[in-house]
Design a protein around this ligand. Structure first.
Ligand SMILES: N[C@@H](CCC[C@H](N)C(=O)O)C(=O)O
Length: 290
């Protein structure tokens, strides 16, 4: 089967996008297609698959599938790329519009330059902080902030934030010492997070600037995670490491995002969105990718 695709990235967090305004995919084949396109040797190579499709609740909808074929609820970098694509394709006719994800409906604003969009702001909505909303095992506290967390014989402090998807944030003194490869895969699948978790290590440089590294649920190390950067800023404010209602610069491996947790509770994210390539993926369902 031939699947027309666009490859886009937000700060190096790259996905294969399929436009379901124009094409159809069988629901049961989507996880396999996500694993297939993501494979760098036998596919295209990506952090996963994103479907852009019509919505009944918003102007456009988006679904995100990780490298391992699991479906995420939302994706910050994917939202900026979806906004760029929807505007450039003419699926929306205004610079402000709404995008539906499995998690929620968000407001997007594109900043076009002669018809092309390279920068997008998304109102990501309010973070979920109750333990049961993350979800994380234990008594249903209103917040999980700097809670002792033992892993691999080490003692850490976790702050848990859901931006529609779950994030476990750990502060480190120096980002280059973040044990991403060692602890990322272990914490991702830790039983205390019944739906798995995205794992972030964060160094607070000042109250307006954070260094950030991520191990994503279902995809492993990626160059950037938009929802993770939002969760990092929320966690930093909760730990008195960043200011509420101020623009915070988050330095990710692939570049910078500007994030603000505003007094009304909403988290705003501004950053780049770029197209890499367009083409056709030849999906062969006889060669399932595990
Ligand atoms: N890269 C993303 C998040 C993608 C989904 C995540 N791995 C999950 O399963 O929750 C982002 O930019 O937010």
């Amino acid at each position: 089967m031939e699947v027309p695709f666009i490859k886009m990235h937000g700060l190096g967090n790259n996905y294969i996008y399929v436009d379901l305004f124009q094409n159809k995919l069988k629901e049961e084949e989507i996880p396999d297609i996500a694993r297939g396109v993501s494979n760098v040797n036998t596919g295209i190579g990506s952090d996963g698959l994103i479907l852009i499709q019509p919505s009944e609740r918003a102007d456009v909808a988006m679904r995100i599938f990780n490298r391992d074929g699991s479906e995420g609820n939302t994706c910050g970098n994917g939202l900026r790329c979806t906004a760029k694509y929807a505007y450039e394709q003419g699926y929306v006719s205004t610079e402000q519009f709404q995008i539906e994800t499995k998690a929620n409906v968000v407001d997007a604003e594109v900043k076009p330059d002669r018809g092309a969009v390279h920068r997008v702001t998304i109102n990501m909505g309010k973070p979920y902080l109750r333990r049961s909303e993350i979800p994380m095992m234990g008594h249903d506290d209103p917040e999980v902030v700097a809670e002792p967390f033992q892993v691999n014989q080490g003692e850490w402090k976790v702050t848990a934030v859901s931006m529609g998807n779950p994030h476990a944030v750990f502060f480190v003194d120096a980002i280059e010492n973040a044990p991403l490869k060692e602890l990322g895969p272990v914490i991702e699948k830790d039983q205390r997070f019944p739906e798995g978790v995205n794992v972030e290590f964060v160094e607070a440089i000042s109250k307006r600037e954070l260094n950030f590294r991520v191990w994503e649920r279902g995809s492993g190390i990626t160059q950037a995670c938009g929802t993770g950067a939002c969760a990092a800023v929320v966690a930093a404010v909760l730990n008195d490491q960043a200011d509420l209602d101020e623009d915070i610069t988050v330095h990710l491996q692939g570049g910078d995002l500007t994030i603000r947790w505003s007094v009304d509770g909403a988290v705003w994210m501004t950053g780049d969105a770029e197209t890499i390539a367009k083409g056709t993926y030849y999906y062969n369902q006889q060669q399932k990718v595990e």
